[in-house]
Design a protein around this ligand. Structure first.
Ligand code: HEM
Length: 422
């Protein structure tokens, strides 16, 4: 979609920029393209009715200010946009709802992701980390190499989410499969064929969750699905099982693909920045800031969409009500006006909040869980596998919103330790 005749007053985006972001090279390294957009301005037009935003200040404002809303069913109907995924209630999920429905549903879903609930989850997460790293070790010993995503990076967040939600452990490979297949539903530039395939997978995933939720008899464990059966909550009574199941499908995708790509980013980034990795080894107390920096540098979610509910002005550009705006989180996180030397991965960077988890009412519900998973896995991964290196390129999914990595081969390279053994 090129911006040739833009009625919006913003300057047009560089020609073919979305197509170039979607190319293999663009998906591998989109950051030069974000800089190309930034050269035009912090707010540029994309086609006749949409804007791309790269400025940190502008993105933070869009995500936080009340007049900016997520494109919901009402917005779609008004603009004649067909509802993708309507068959599985995707429009009833948190990122497609605005207050007050959004606030009620968010409260209903939030319980397992609070700091208190996660403290109780810590021993389970720790056990799962050890179990998955044992599997990685066995794979490496047996075959000399391993596939990082299916062994650890995707498998661990799937296992953690299964424990939280109360899903059967035997179904983890199926859940990992659905998590990848449904990811295009969050892609603003997915093709109709990609949406159709993702919608079909989401339909199957939804039917699977519905069957678990409505199975007769007592439900095993004390996961979220069980609690919804036994505990009362005002939003539970007004939310259909179908809509709840749609949100479970979304939670799994949102929790798994994002965390798994953070792990892939961390592994490759530490390999390419051995001095930073070495510093981290001798300064393990710095892991929390290192995780924040990794997520600033290459966040798992690159784009958030919004529209203003009334006419407004953004960076001096008039934005009519209803205009679709892409807040490019990943570009905002490298805005030189907010983060000096933004392209450097620098664990010594003074703490400053990035937009990796968004901001405002849709701020990531799972941020504490993502941080917990990362802080349990990554230090242990580097401690136990100091010579683990990528052994071939990462295969990435087609989208440009999520950084989904499908496969990433790894092996030991004893001659080139990633980090010196302490
Ligand atoms: C590295 C890991 C993660 C990253 C970078 C990430 C990033 C984000 C971002 C940027 C948003 C806001 C999108 C927007 O404003 O449109 C978001 C929302 C959300 N995330 Fe995460 N996420 C991560 C992990 C998780 C996990 C583990 C869960 C757990 C279930 C989760 C659940 C959610 C939910 C439910 C929302 C929607 C919140 C709402 O609309 O109110 N995320 N995430």
């Amino acid at each position: 979609m090129d911006a040739v005749a833009a009625p919006l007053s913003a300057p047009p985006a560089p020609r073919g920029v979305i197509r170039r972001l979607q190319s293999r090279q663009g998906r591998e390294d989109p950051f030069p393209l974000f800089e190309e957009i930034r050269q035009v301005g912090p707010v540029v037009s994309l086609g006749r009715h949409a804007l791309l935003v790269t400025g940190y200040k502008e993105c933070a404002h869009i995500l936080s200010d009340r007049i900016w809303q997520v494109p919901d069913q009402q917005w779609r109907t008004a603009r004649g946009v067909h509802t993708d995924g309507s068959s599985i209630g995707v429009m009833a999920t948190l990122p497609r709802l605005n207050p007050p429905v959004h606030s009620r549903l968010r409260h209903l879903l939030a319980a397992p992701f609070t700091q208190r609930a996660l403290t109780l989850m810590l021993p389970t997460v720790r056990d799962l980390v050890h179990h998955h790293l044992d599997t990685l070790e066995a794979e490496l010993r047996q075959h000399g190499r391993a596939e990082f995503m299916s062994t650890v990076a995707r498998a661990l967040p799937v296992a953690v989410m299964c424990a939280i939600l109360g899903l059967p452990a035997k179904d983890m490979p199926l859940i990992a499969h659905y998590s990848i297949q449904t990811a295009p539903l969050t892609e603003p530039f997915a093709t109709p064929a990609q949406i159709t395939a993702a919608d079909e997978a989401a339909g199957q995933f939804h039917a699977y969750i519905m069957a678990l939720m409505t199975a007769p008899g007592p439900h095993p464990g004390d996961g979220l699905l069980t609690r919804w059966r036994t505990e009362t909550h005002p939003a539970r009574d007004t939310t259909s099982n179908g809509d709840l199941a749609a949100n479970v499908v979304f939670l799994l995708g949102a929790g798994v693909e994002t965390t798994s790509s953070l792990f892939a980013t961390a592994l490759t980034a530490l390999e390419r920045h051995p001095r930073q990795a070495a510093w981290l080894t001798t300064n393990p107390q710095a892991w929390p800031q290192a995780v924040e920096e990794l997520m600033r540098w290459d966040p798992s979610v690159h784009n958030a969409v919004r529209f203003p509910a009334q006419d407004t002005v953004l960076a001096g550009i008039e934005v009519p009500a209803g205009t679709l705006v892409h807040a490019l989180i990943a570009a905002a996180n490298r805005d030189p006006e907010h983060f000096p030397a933004p392209h450097d991965l620098d664990f010594h960077r003074p703490p400053k909040r990035s937009l990796a988890f968004g901001a405002g009412p849709h701020y990531c519900l799972g941020a504490p869980l993502a941080r917990l998973n990362a802080l349990e896995l990554l230090p242990e991964l580097l401690r136990r596998f100091p010579t683990l290196r990528t052994d071939g390129p990462a295969v990435r999914a087609a989208g440009i919103n999520l950084r989904t990595v499908i496969t990433l081969p790894v092996s030991h390279r004893p001659s080139q330790p990633t980090i010196p053994h302490p």
